[in-house]
Design a protein around this ligand. Structure first.
Ligand SMILES: [Fe+2]
Ligand SMILES: [Fe+2]
Length: 345
């Protein structure tokens, strides 16, 4: 196919993705629940409900002997509630930084005369509205946990909360880098949630109703966010209508070098409770250390980044030996999965 034709087809496709995303966002036609649809007056966090206990397929800490043998059922329920509340709060803080960056990037888009950038602007405003709803829902969940008499954490490490203004500045100057970070954070969260709902739907795990509701609302909207960000990044990393790479040379090499590091960093931020949070939850340091080094945990962590690995593979971001080695060292390279991707091509 001539390059120009391929480009036009891609542009049309890209606009269609955005238009669909906008329509889906705007309609809220019953396919998507809304954060405000949760009946917070009826749904409470019951500290006697055994369904709050973490399952080994939901969190690797549940595999540890400490969790299985040293904790009472009451302790395990409390830990499960605290872990969910903590993860939601970290998610909310991540999304607050996302909103700051999205606003800064949109400030630039607002002056663009390019039609494709206009549709980016329209879409991003919808995504910010989604994230604002998610954050109200996540913080409300933490409030419910506190009402049940259970201590909650402060979410992400203090340094992360402090860098939000810098995220906005970074997004203004380097939108591709910013959206890459967004994708790296959203993809692992989405995988955790999808796994949880699959386990719940298959009957292997039973989730409390309030937890199921929060996760289902979040999944439905995050799928769209991930579709957008992959589409956006695929475009930015692709070729312009002259057939030249939009990001080339040293900039492309830097992007490729930082991709695995950003992925490893974002995944850790989302999944690994920091020291202050572990203290609130009563998780001993040795348990956290041993859990993160266990084979089950390594497998679990690789599963969370399958989608970004596939994206990197499809966009030539891990095509060098050095890129693959650094991804492997950082624990974001699944040899078997990449072999399957290679075989598909
Ligand atoms: Fe979200
Ligand atoms: Fe999102």
């Amino acid at each position: 196919m001539p390059r120009k034709e391929a480009f036009c087809r891609k542009e049309n496709n890209r606009n269609r993705v955005h238009q669909n995303a906008i329509r889906l966002n705007a309609s809220r036609d019953g396919v998507h629940f809304h954060a405000g649809d949760i009946d917070w007056d009826r749904l409470t966090v019951d500290p006697d409900d055994p369904r709050w206990q973490l399952h080994p397929k939901i969190h690797p800490i549940a595999n540890h002997e400490w969790h299985k043998k040293e904790l009472t059922e009451e302790d395990r329920i409390r830990l499960g509630i605290q872990m969910y509340a903590h993860t939601f709060l970290v998610g909310a803080q991540f999304e607050l930084a996302l909103m700051a960056g999205a606003a800064a990037h949109s400030m630039r888009l607002s002056t663009s005369k390019n039609k494709s950038r206009h549709s980016d602007f329209q879409y991003i405003m919808q995504e910010v509205a989604d994230e604002a709803n998610h954050d109200m829902m996540f913080v409300k969940f933490n409030e419910k946990v506190q009402e049940a008499g259970i201590d909650t954490t402060d979410g992400a490490s203090p340094w992360f909360r402090k860098i939000t203004p810098a995220v906005a500045q970074f997004a203004y100057n380097q939108p591709a880098g910013f959206w890459t970070g967004v994708y790296m954070g959203e993809a692992p969260i989405e995988r955790v949630q999808e796994n949880m709902i699959a386990l719940h739907d298959s009957g292997e795990v039973e989730l409390p109703e309030v937890l199921e509701n929060v996760i289902k609302i979040h999944i439905s909207e995050e799928r769209r966010h991930i579709a957008f960000v992959k589409d956006y990044l695929g475009d930015v990393l692709g070729e312009d209508d002259g057939g030249n790479l939009r990001i080339d040379g040293l900039k492309r090499s830097t992007y490729k070098a930082t991709y695995p590091a950003t992925l490893a960093f974002a995944r850790r931020l989302i999944t690994y409770p920091n020291k202050e949070a572990r203290k609130v939850m009563g998780i001993p340091d040795r348990v956290a250390r041993q859990t993160s080094r266990s084979e089950e945990s390594k497998r679990y962590m690789l599963d969370l980044v399958e989608d970004p690995i596939e994206f990197a593979h499809n966009n030539g971001l891990m095509d060098s030996r050095l890129g693959r080695i650094s991804a492997k060292v950082l624990g974001v390279y699944d040899k078997e999965f990449v072999r399957q991707l290679d075989a598909r091509q």
